[in-house]
Design a protein around this ligand. Structure first.
Ligand SMILES: [Zn+2]
Length: 339
């Protein structure tokens, strides 16, 4: 009996000292296993006098149950500790502030491109592209500007030699279109054009949109209606529009289109140079020579066209005063358009 008490005391101490599940299991084997200390005791029961056996057996069982209970208790403590340690070591600190993302913005010129695409695709126009390095023929000759024609001086062109140049307008794409397609046709071309010019209102590279309609019955009135719808939708205004006679070699008659100043409503201000009108674009009926040259019978078909500076549209729409700020990539300027 004394020895059983000793075993229980030992077991209590060792089990309370077990720091992990493995050592706890070792103790379980040591006391309760097949060759454990208590099992060995049970084996000696037979040596006792018969009248003492029940009491001794009961006592051994009590000790055995106590040790079992101790082991289970310790097991629960150790498992809880294990979970707690894991929670601490794998914790995510949600109080750490997140990293701010630098959100970009659409460039104002791209915004204008997108709006123009939206407006003209609704009206059923097809969009066409052409090369930026162009043949002299497409940029000038086919547009009723033969070599040595004085109108060539209207545009300061970058020449490569060998009859190649950087296109100075989007009109060559119209020539490509008329050569590829048969009327009726409605097309728009938008892209980069180049001229030798650089100041507050000119950059050597800028963007233009040109629009062409060829059909057997189109009139100047159709052109006027189209331009009115386009300008009013683009500028979100119903400001008055006026046509002034002008000259372009590839259209006849030709006109320049003004819109009442968006800033002062026509009263006169710094932006409209006190005139009350803003020059917006040039247009006209396609010159019969241009149609005939690309193989379209000018007796049967008529066309109208207009060209507009995309950068200029952007300046007017967003009230930007210096054209160069569109090309300087100053983030402080560009971020204003991040909506
Ligand atoms: Zn004004």
């Amino acid at each position: 009996m004394q020895a059983l008490e000793e075993i229980l005391k030992h077991a209590e101490f060792s089990i309370s000292q077990a720091t992990d599940l493995k050592s706890l299991d070792n103790y379980r084997v040591q006391y309760l296993g097949k060759k454990g200390q208590l099992t060995e005791y049970l084996k000696t029961l037979g040596q006792l006098p018969p009248e003492e056996r029940p009491v001794a057996g009961q006592k051994i069982n009590v000790v055995k149950e106590k040790i079992q209970a101790l082991i289970e208790e310790r097991n629960t403590v150790l498992i809880n500790k294990l979970i707690e340690d894991q929670l601490v070591s794998e914790a995510i600190d949600v109080t750490l502030p997140g990293r701010l993302l630098n959100v970009g913005s659409i460039h104002p010129i791209t915004k204008t491109f997108n709006e123009l695409k939206h407006i003209f695709s609704k009206m059923g126009f097809v969009f066409m592209e052409g090369p930026e390095i162009e043949e002299d023929y497409y940029n000038f000759t086919a547009l009723n500007v033969p070599p040595l024609h004085p109108a060539r001086a209207m545009q300061d062109t970058f020449y490569f030699g060998d009859g190649l140049l950087l296109r100075s307008q989007m009109s060559p794409v119209q020539i490509h279109a008329m050569k590829k397609m048969t009327p009726p046709l409605r097309m728009v071309a938008m892209g980069r054009v180049y001229r030798r010019d650089f100041d507050l209102t000119h950059t050597p590279m800028f963007h233009q949109m040109e629009c062409l309609v060829v059909d057997d019955s189109v009139t100047f009135a159709d052109l006027k209606g189209l331009l009115k719808q386009f300008l009013h939708e683009f500028f979100e205004t119903d400001a008055p529009i006026r046509f002034r006679p002008s000259y372009f070699p590839f259209t006849e008659p030709s006109a320049e289109v003004d819109m009442a100043c968006l800033n002062c409503g026509g009263k006169g201000c710094r932006i409209c140079k006190n005139g009350g009108w803003l020059e917006v674009l040039g247009c006209g009926m396609v010159h019969p020579n241009v149609l005939n040259d690309v193989g379209i019978d000018s007796e049967k078909y008529r066309g109208f066209a207009f060209g507009v500076g995309i950068d200029r549209l952007t300046l007017l729409k967003y009230g930007i005063s210096d054209l160069r700020s569109l090309f300087e990539n100053d983030l402080r300027f560009l971020k204003q358009f991040s909506s």
